[in-house]
Design a protein around this ligand. Structure first.
Ligand code: SAH
Ligand code: SF4
Ligand code: F3S
Length: 479
């Protein structure tokens, strides 16, 4: 059954979903469980919190176990291995569903915005009950109602919108952490880097209004949230493409960031991701003058070769990237820079990778996520004739990784002996006498302490550098 649901988040749809789940509860003689498995980026993680919010409100008990009565995969398609992971999981789920006919299986997210993946599910995994995309999350209550409606028994419900028709506000969210939360400030991406699928599956760039974002941050703060992460594929273009005459309702990203940082109760602000082409001096100044803005900037490089950057449509050169890093470091010396790098883009040679390695040596990233280029159907680079030779790519990738790891380890160790403020995130997984906290520059610190500190800030002396994390000792009074 292919349908585009008009039903919205409205309270009626939610009530109808609630009564379906009530009926299921009676049938099972227990509270039904629901599980959302998330692949991909912070944007998807935040969407999953909203999907879990709807499921909880409809009457499900949320669990981490894929054995749940309602299982939803929120998918990513940025690289091919993300797609393969989903199909593997769907296959494994088939026989389980035969034995438990009341269980429902749903798939949503970026992969579902590509028709070819929906077709593959229809053909190879016919037991999937529900498929929806990234643009109609707000119809999830109506979709849930439809999945459980007796007249749809045995049907596959598919609801995909080609493009977002509105900005979704006010879905209930079930936060993974009580003390920190992502906050969407914009959706979509218009940059069209030639390797990247995101503009095709997340749609056109749209910013939320500043007042809506600040209201959400205040509500979160009132609910005990101390750290927020502002989310967008390119936060630096926040507020640029907005309806004529409404510019004042948005402002610029630096203005928004300052306003969030100045919200009472918010002890730390992070943001993801900054495209180097439009990171302004104004932004650097806002970071410098607000010490609760994290001393961490994720600044994806992708390549250090001008020719490859041009073919990637990144719209900066190696020199521009290096001089941007210099400007950031001279204003905010204690800031940590991290990056993303792709090896094996069409036409790339080992000499191009030498240029990338040169940038890594000069900038000295605290961490770099290195990816092997993955050909994504429908992107411009997929049809470039000079697709890479895997053996060469593997060799260059390993060369780059060795330099990345060495410089990252040296950078991470630099703070040893200093004292830094951490947000305490939880009890250490391997040693329950230790707590785990995150420094402003995003590095982890493990230190002795008791669980009552979770969700608080405290100063910690960094006594031992362990490569990519620290051991430490708490000093002063937590707040
Ligand atoms: N909007 C963010 C990135 C989102 S995708 C930004 O521009 O920084 C996260 C990372 O995945 C990208 O930075 C890139 O390094 C990598 N990536 C995206 N498409 C890819 C592809 N086709 N193959 C390999 N890596 C890719
Ligand atoms: Fe993809 Fe480029 Fe947009 Fe990032 S900025 S999401 S890499 S198109
Ligand atoms: Fe993946 Fe979609 Fe994010 S493709 S990286 S989950 S925007």
């Amino acid at each position: 059954m292919d349908t585009v649901f008009e039903g919205s988040m409205g309270p009626q749809a939610m009530r109808r979903a609630g009564s379906q789940i009530e009926a299921l509860k009676e049938r099972l003689g227990r509270t039904p469980t629901a599980c959302v498995i998330t692949f991909g980026c912070q944007m998807n993680a935040r969407d999953s919190e909203k999907l879990e919010g709807v499921l909880a409100e409809a009457g499900f008990a949320i669990t981490d176990s894929e054995d749940a009565d309602f299982l939803l995969y929120n998918t990513c398609t940025v690289r091919e291995n993300a797609d393969n992971r989903l199909f593997g999981r769907l296959g494994a789920r088939g026989s389980e569903l035969k034995h438990s006919p009341w269980k429902k299986l749903a798939v949503c997210g970026c992969m579902m915005q590509e028709q070819i993946n929906v077709e593959k599910i229809k053909k190879s995994y016919p037991y999937v009950d529900l498929i929806f995309g990234t643009h109609n999350l707000y119809t999830f209550p109506a979709l849930l109602d439809a999945v459980y409606a007796p007249e749809n028994e045995g049907e596959m419900i598919i609801s995909i919108l080609p493009e977002a028709d509105r900005i979704m506000e006010e879905l209930p969210a079930r936060r993974k952490y009580p003390f920190k939360s992502g906050v969407n400030i914009m959706f979509g991406c218009d940059n069209y880097c030639t390797y990247c699928i995101v503009p095709y599956v997340r749609g056109r760039e749209r910013s939320r209004k500043k007042a809506d974002i600040l209201a959400e941050v205040r509500t979160l703060a009132a609910d005990g949230v101390r750290e927020v992460m502002l989310l967008g594929q390119n936060v630096n273009s926040y507020g640029i493409k907005v309806p004529a005459g409404e510019e004042a309702d948005y402002g610029t990203f630096p203005e928004l960031l300052a306003a969030v940082a100045e919200t009472p109760g918010i002890g730390r602000v992070r943001f993801m991701t900054s495209h180097p082409k439009d990171l302004s001096d104004e932004l650097i100044e806002v970071i410098r003058t607000h010490d609760n803005i994290s001393r961490h900037l994720h600044l994806p490089l992708q390549s250090g070769s001008d020719e490859i950057l041009r073919r990637m449509n990144r719209r900066y050169t190696k020199e521009q990237y290096l001089s941007l890093c210099d400007r950031i470091r001279s204003s905010v010396p204690d800031i940590a820079l991290t990056t993303d790098i792709i090896v094996g883009f069409p036409g790339e040679t080992s000499a191009d990778v030498d240029e990338t390695i040169d940038v890594v040596r000069r900038v000295r990233f605290q961490n770099a996520f290195t990816f092997i280029y993955s050909r994504r159907n429908g992107t411009p680079a997929a049809s470039y004739p000079d697709q890479p030779e895997p053996e060469r790519v593997k060799r260059d990738f390993d060369r780059l990784l060795a330099v990345v790891q060495q410089t990252a380890r040296e950078e991470c160790g630099k703070s040893r002996g200093l004292t830094g403020t951490v947000m305490v995130e939880g009890v250490n997984e391997n040693d329950p006498s230790l707590l785990t906290g995150r420094l402003s520059d995003n590095l982890l610190v493990h230190f002795p302490g008791t669980p009552d500190l979770i969700g608080k800030f405290t100063d910690v002396e960094l006594t031992e550098a362990k490569g990519f994390y620290f051991l430490g000792k708490q000093v002063g009074t937590p707040w």
